[in-house]
Design a protein around this ligand. Structure first.
Ligand code: ADP
Ligand code: MG
Length: 813
């Protein structure tokens, strides 16, 4: 790839990333821009990839197809799709960047790594195919770990299958049939009959979508599963009229039957590799086998003494064993070493970043006074109508300690919704301002930024602290003025969205950055801000508790504080699940509270009408509520597609009490603070994650009056109901997040955050927690005894390379 081709690719990726980012910032409402709706623009953009290989790739096609249905999807799915697309783009860029830069000599030291084409048993043809799959070196192949293993000694025989079990069976293809359904022209069906020594089994897979019904695709399936091939099928056994069958299982060709097998025969445990474009399972297995003898030429970046101390086996042994485990115990030891390495890299990377930040602190980082509070903070505390809780006091002490040293603070404050994180942040900001610095408060959405700003204005005017708002929709003239005032130091405190991260913001003396609802920002955004030059203090805040493994992986470079106490006098929120027929209960409650001057939210999952999902559109629902249900109340509507001016008007009406009912999409999810709101109705509750529902619910119960939350769910499914019942029982954010994880699995729960995670090949954040802790301790020990990593030069070189990669990635993301 030439340099200019790469530039074109980079521009293309950058442009799409910006659009995707915008959508993420606007709650996935399928926002409308100059050239049309978000989903259309992205689909079009994907179709215009600057490289033919990209345009024609299956993933690209799949992503495009997704965006054509995007407008009909629920929030969760939209979010996932956007994340997936961003990750894919990100990887494409990294992939081609590697190609565009000439291979560096230190990557393949002479002698240690012969080109794959010269390895005995691989040869130029296979090497070319491997290259196409991104496997370029001996090490690439060694690190291409099996996705699974088939243990022939413990394999289930077909005769022993029982309906209801999830199994893996291996059999020979007797008959193979790929065809288009006669009833549905968009459905392709693959039918295999598998046989082993004990019986036969029917296996069916369905593929919905036009792409799958092309003659080319069907032909490929027939070639992929020819009679005589050995296939592993994993899935749920169903009872059928002709005996047991597997429906929509995972299929893996172990051996195409065309070649006599040497690799698999006689071995008890057979590795199964992730499917790879353009390569059969056998060729891949053959290639890995061919490089295994070279495993011990790989340098082990951990020397023997360190290995002893960390309790891990040599790298070469781990490579050989992971691909060819003699036993389960050996496989686990091998996996442990490799997982340990992945986490060690990660932790060292984070800890070293922290080291560097400390080293590049601002020349005169504004510092809080050693004793007592500044006059400014004392004046602020006097304005507050309440006392700080002891949890707030404790966290504040931790923050103040950080602010008293010359190294920049890096702290994450976790606290349930309504625990009063904002006040803590404001006090920290004021300390820094009192010490002569400037502060920045960043929020993930414009609504929240504006709310923070208005709240701050009332206080800051009294304290004579000039404050400004800067978001993506700040008019150009005003923007220029704010930028100028930030540069001269006339503005002490700026509140904003991502716009704050965008190019030409120069501060006179930026001392502290607060990131509110930090989980809604990408980790890369955080590092981008920190890369802006000298490191200021950093305080991040989140209401979404995350498992410790995840916290350590993403925020390993931050200290963590917890506000684990709610302000006194909080009324617990009573939560009830209603069927659509029981909605009138909720409406009755709204009428009652409105007559006392209190207010209510009605939350809807989507903005636009979509017949398919039978969701009431917010617009329609607003009209219905305003006209027929609450003709005597003032009902207003808030959604992501309103201009920021109208959003402000709507919010003001609701805050002041001119409007009693706010119909809204999930833009209120984060941070809205209206103490007089005491009822919340959430439509289609089953479409939301528990943690999200808990956050939404946190918008009420903020004043003195008791509050009620109604979850309306049409779902008849027992699981959906069980899931929602967690909320009627628990008010503990951590417990709820835990249950959410169990119900929905890590993939969905972690969704957007994953974009901040490094690529882990083997390690699992949900099940390798103990290895992660060990690796973190190891990293600390290493850095303590050998801060420059002199005893482990290879490890150091690798980390430096990784760091370079991350730095370029953060510019992109
Ligand atoms: P969150 O942690 O969800 O961001 P906020 O900072 O928005 O919570 O605080 C929620 C509400 O509680 C706000 O109205 C705030 O003024 C109020 N609050 C904060 N601290 C206290 C306290 N110590 N006592 C009483 N009310 C408080
Ligand atoms: Mg908040």
């Amino acid at each position: 790839m030439t340099h200019s081709q790469f530039r074109a690719l980079q521009d293309w990726v950058g442009q799409l990333q910006r659009i995707l980012q915008w959508e993420a910032e606007h709650d996935f409402v399928n926002s409308r821009g100059h050239s049309g709706y978000f989903a259309e623009v992205v689909a079009q953009g994907l179709a215009e990839a600057p490289l033919t290989t990209l345009r024609n790739s299956d993933t690209c096609a799949e992503l495009r197809d997704g965006f054509s249905a995007y407008s009909t999807w629920p929030l969760q799915q939209r979010r996932q799709w956007v994340v997936r697309t961003r990750q894919w783009l990100h990887h494409q860029r990294l992939h081609y960047q590697v190609q565009a830069t000439a291979p560096s000599p230190d990557r393949s030291p002479p002698g240690a790594q012969p080109p794959l084409a010269q390895v005995e048993g691989i040869g130029p043809r296979l090497a070319a195919k491997l290259m196409g799959a991104g496997l370029r070196t001996v090490e690439d192949l060694l690190r291409h770990y099996p996705r699974d293993y088939i243990d022939y000694s413990r394999l289930l025989r077909i005769r022993a299958l029982r309906p209801g079990e999830t199994v893996t069976v291996v059999g020979t293809v007797r008959r193979s049939h790929a065809f288009v359904s006669s009833r549905n022209h968009n459905l392709a069906i693959l039918e295999l009959q598998l046989q082993d020594s004990t019986g036969r089994l029917r296996v069916t897979r369905f593929y919905a979508g036009r792409r799958f019904t092309s003659p080319r695709w069907l032909q490929r399936q027939r070639r992929l599963f020819p009679p005589g091939a050995t296939v592993a099928a994993s899935g749920l056994v169903k009872a059928g009229p002709y005996g047991p069958s597997l429906k929509d299982p995972l299929l893996e060709v172990l051996d195409s039957g065309a070649v006599t097998t040497t690799a698999s025969s006689g071995r008890r445990i057979l590795p199964v590799y992730p499917p790879t474009d353009g390569l059969s399972a056998e060729s891949l297995r053959r290639a890995v086998q061919a490089v295994l003898p070279m495993a011990d030429r790989q340098q082990d970046h951990l020397t023997e003494p360190w290995r002893q101390r960390f309790g891990v086996i040599p790298l070469a042994e781990a490579f050989t064993t992971i691909h060819q485990p003699p036993s389960e115990a050996a496989r686990q030891a091998a996996r442990h070493r490799l997982v340990f390495d992945e986490f060690l890299d990660l932790q060292l990377g984070l800890l070293r970043r922290r080291q560097r930040q400390r080293a590049q602190a601002m020349a005169d980082l504004p510092m809080a006074p050693m004793a007592g509070t500044s006059d400014l903070v004392t004046a602020f505390l006097a304005l507050l109508p309440f006392q700080l809780t002891s949890a707030q006091e404790r966290v504040l002490q931790q923050v103040r300690k950080d602010l008293q040293v010359t190294a920049p603070m890096g702290r994450l404050v976790q606290g349930d919704v309504g625990s009063g994180k904002t006040v803590v942040a404001i006090i920290a900001l004021l300390e820094v301002i009192a010490a002569g610095g400037q502060g920045a408060l960043m929020a993930p959405t414009e609504v929240l930024a504006a709310q923070h700003y208005h709240k701050l204005c009332t206080w800051m005017v009294q304290l004579h602290v000039p404050v400004a708002l800067l978001t993506g929709s700040t008019p150009e003239r005003q923007r220029q003025a704010v930028l100028r005032d930030l540069e001269t130091g006339a503005v002490k405190l700026v509140v904003g969205t991502h716009a704050l991260l965008e190019e030409p913001v120069t501060f006179f003396r930026l001392g502290l950055v607060v990131i509110d609802e930090q989980h809604r920002f990408g980790v890369h955004q955080r590092s981008r801000l920190l890369n802006k030059g000298e490191a200021p203090h950093l305080l991040t805040m989140t209401a979404t508790p995350i498992p410790r493994t995840l916290a350590l992986s993403i925020h390993g470079d931050l200290e963590v504080s917890q506000i684990d106490e709610l302000p006194p006098g909080r009324q617990p929120v009573t939560t009830t699940i209603l069927t659509p027929g029981e909605r009138e209960q909720a409406y009755g409650a709204i009428r009652t509270v409105a007559s006392h001057g209190e207010r209510a939210y009605v939350i809807l999952p989507l903005v636009d009408e979509s017949d398919k999902l039978k969701l009431r559109s917010a617009v329609q629902e607003h009209q219905r509520l305003a006209r027929t249900v609450f003709p005597n109340l003032n009902v207003v509507l808030l959604h992501g597609r309103l201009t920021s001016g109208s959003k402000q008007d709507v919010l003001e009406a609701f805050v002041s009490g001119k409007a009693q009912v706010l119909v809204s999409t999930t833009v209120v999810e984060v941070g809205m603070d209206v103490p007089d709101a005491t009822v919340m109705v959430i439509e289609h509750a089953e479409r939301f994650g528990l943690a999200q529902l808990h956050q939404l619910r946190g918008r009420i119960g903020r004043g003195q009056a008791p509050s009620r939350c109604f979850l309306v769910s049409e779902s008849q499914q027992a699981v959906a109901r069980q899931r929602l019942e967690v909320l009627t029982r628990s008010r503990d954010g951590f417990e709820i997040a835990e249950m959410d994880l169990r119900f929905r699995g890590p993939g969905q729960v972690l969704g957007t955050r994953q974009s901040g995670l490094p690529d882990l090949a083997l390690a699992s954040l949900t099940s390798d927690g103990t290895v992660l802790e060990k690796a973190r301790d190891a990293a600390k020990l290493l850095l303590k005894e050998d801060p420059q990593l002199r005893t482990v030069p290879q490890l150091r070189a690798r980390l430096d390379a990784q760091n370079k990669r991350l730095a370029s990635a953060s510019r992109l993301n």
